[in-house]
Design a protein around this ligand. Structure first.
Ligand code: S3P
Length: 163
């Protein structure tokens, strides 16, 4: 199994993209952010993909991204969308770190502008249900679970020293 990549998973707002930038600065590994790559490839925002092509179409793109990385990518930082561990085996991409955070904390971190980019966070009650459904999936999908309330420097150090 390919364990050279650092794979970040966790619910929306858990800080995967932010932490990937700190990891880049500390390690100079390149970042592959699945949401950014999918949006660029499709030339559409996540909201537009969900609205015009549907969620299933987006999930298929996530599966393809996961398969591609498993086969072709090494020594990179892979920041995943929050739903990816529900649609594919993220461990095939590399060493998986789950950024665990309480729902209340996620809510605090996502400002209105960030919330508006996320179709599955338009209704807080539904997002909370999804959060509960996914907790186990994240834990099972990860090699290591991290307390995402820790500082970026601390998280980055823990990840890089565990490789
Ligand atoms: C999603 C999370 C989002 C994005 C899409 C769906 C999810 O990514 O992939 O809106 O199902 O949890 P972030 O986790 O980066 O917000």
């Amino acid at each position: 199994m390919n364990l050279t990549n650092i794979v970040l998973i966790g619910f929306m707002g858990s800080g995967k993209s932010t932490l990937s930038k700190t990891l880049y600065q500390q390690s100079k590994r390149l970042i592959l952010d699945s949401d950014n790559i999918i949006q660029n490839n499709e030339n559409l925002s996540i909201n537009e993909i969900f609205a015009t092509k549907g969620e299933q179409y987006f999930r298929n793109l996530e599966k393809e991204f996961c398969q591609f990385c498993s086969l072709n990518i090494q020594n990179c930082i892979i920041a995943t969308g929050g739903g990816m561990p529900s649609v594919c085996d993220v461990k095939t991409m590399g060493k998986v770190f789950y950024l665990e955070l309480e729902f209340e904390e996620l809510l605090k971190r996502l400002n209105p502008q960030e919330l508006a980019k996320r179709p599955l966070f338009s209704d807080t009650n539904k997002a909370y249900k999804l959060y509960l459904e996914r907790k186990d999936i994240y834990t099972k999908s990860a090699h290591i679970t991290l307390d995402a309330t820790k500082s970026l420097a601390n998280l980055s150090k823990t990840i890089l020293s565990s490789l």
